[in-house]
Design a protein around this ligand. Structure first.
Ligand SMILES: Nc1ncnc2c1ncn2[C@@H]1O[C@H](COP(=O)(O)OP(=O)(O)O)[C@@H](O)[C@H]1O
Ligand SMILES: [Mg+2]
Length: 380
């Protein structure tokens, strides 16, 4: 199989997974899969800019981008997890164990020096040399901050940096509409994690979007209370000073203020993952500019200043949309018939056009809320 066929296959696989996840009601996970499909298609077009299929790839890429935006606007509503699963079949651990290590390293993450240091001190070093930590180490870390700033990315990097078994559990996979099944899922997850640790390997449990598992909500249905209590119990289990489990718990949330205090307290480290500063944005540009061709008038430092307030996700969208813009215009006006023709290099004006269409996704009011929460609950 050629490299381009392989990439095409990968894009198809991600898109199919996204569709499956949508059917199950997991909008956030579906959006992530569409995003990966989109990234693969853009990479294909960048690697083989003159391939005849590019027009089709671009159409798909556009469709995925639109779908991601639709899913993101709906994501404010709760997911409808596990609908339609057969209650006689428990979730099974395998669906939580990440067998394929994500291909993300520390260097793929711009900025975030503080969160990275905290992860090193509380996970990476103790896993490598537990003997150097006779007083123990924190077992629970909570990342909080605005969406699109690298919380999930940090977890993926931990999974690839740390040798051990990585469990990835989110509301969609744990919560079930079947009575009692959610608590059973939670307890099985931790049973499995302790088993891994008993067998001499570290176990890292990543709970993405913990607020949707733990939220203190107005109209709580009984199931959610029980799931929360189950979690508290399991967390106390791994924090037990008499035992030395190598089980680490990482939680991530965009809405820390919906968590209740008993739950917050059990994360000994609570780390703010903020919007990128100007330097981090510059670093992101070099990550996202890979494979792109720029006109000489593109002034990246100026672009970094213009994107104050943009999240990492916003910046990724900016680069992808700008790239899509020049490729689209190539197919509309370019010399497509010429096998050696290439899309025009991206100009500063292309960036500016897209920037006027895309405002930062995080508002000032919300930023203040994160800041206040950090002041009240920080523990780093
Ligand atoms: N610090 C960063 N460095 C590089 N890319 C980033 C960074 N933060 C966010 N991104 C980009 O934005 C996307 C969304 O980030 P993610 O980690 O899912 O955000 P969160 O979990 O905080 O909502 C990432 O997949 C990545 O492409
Ligand atoms: Mg996330």
């Amino acid at each position: 199989m050629s490299a381009s066929e392989e990439l095409e296959g990968l894009a198809v696989k991600f898109a199919q997974e996204a569709i499956e996840l949508e059917k199950k009601g997991s909008r956030r996970l579906a959006a992530q899969k569409y995003q990966r499909a989109l990234e693969v298609l853009l990479k294909l077009c960048a690697l083989y800019p003159t391939a005849a299929q590019n027009r089709v790839y671009m159409e798909h890429a556009e469709a995925y981008r639109r779908r991601i935006q639709e899913l993101q606007t709906q994501a404010a509503e709760p997911d409808h997890p596990s609908e339609g699963r057969d209650p006689s079949k428990p979730a099974g651990f395998d669906q939580w164990v990440l067998t394929e290590k994500p291909d993300i390293s520390w260097d793929d993450i711009a900025g975030l020096e503080r969160p990275k240091r905290a992860i090193e001190e509380s996970i990476i070093f103790p896993v490598r040399r537990p003997d150097l930590f006779p007083l123990g180490w924190p077992r629970g870390i909570l990342f909080f901050g605005p969406p699109g700033c690298g919380k999930t990315l940090l977890a993926a990097a931990i999974a690839s940096e740390v040798k051990g078994v990585f469990f990835c559990a989110d509301a969609a996979s744990l919560m079930s509409k079947w009575l009692g099944e959610s608590e059973r899922n939670v307890s099985q997850l931790f049973v499995k994690a302790r088993e891994v640790s008993d067998n001499g390997q570290p176990a890292i449990v990543f709970l993405d979007e913990v607020d949707s598992l733990m939220g203190v909500r107005g109209e709580e249905v009984g199931g959610e209370v029980r799931v929360r209590n189950q979690f508290l119990k399991e967390m106390d289990g791994i924090l037990d000073k008499k035992k030395t489990y190598h089980v680490y718990l990482i939680g991530a949330t965009n809405k820390p203020w919906v968590l209740d205090e008993p739950f917050i307290r059990r994360f000994q480290k609570r780390i703010y993952v903020p919007l990128p500063d100007v330097k981090a944005r510059m670093d992101m540009f070099s990550i996202y500019a890979e494979n792109l061709r720029f006109n000489d008038n593109v002034d990246l430092p100026e672009l970094a200043r213009m994107t104050e307030g943009y999240s990492g996700g916003d910046i990724r969208d900016l680069f992808q949309s700008t790239h899509l813009k020049v490729v689209r215009s190539f197919f509309q006006h370019g010399k497509v018939a010429d096998p050696n023709a290439l899309p025009d290099p991206i100009t500063m004006e292309d960036f500016q056009t897209i920037l006027t269409e895309r405002r930062p996704s995080v508002s000032q009011g919300i930023l203040k809320r994160y800041h206040d929460w950090d002041e009240s609950f920080k523990a780093s």
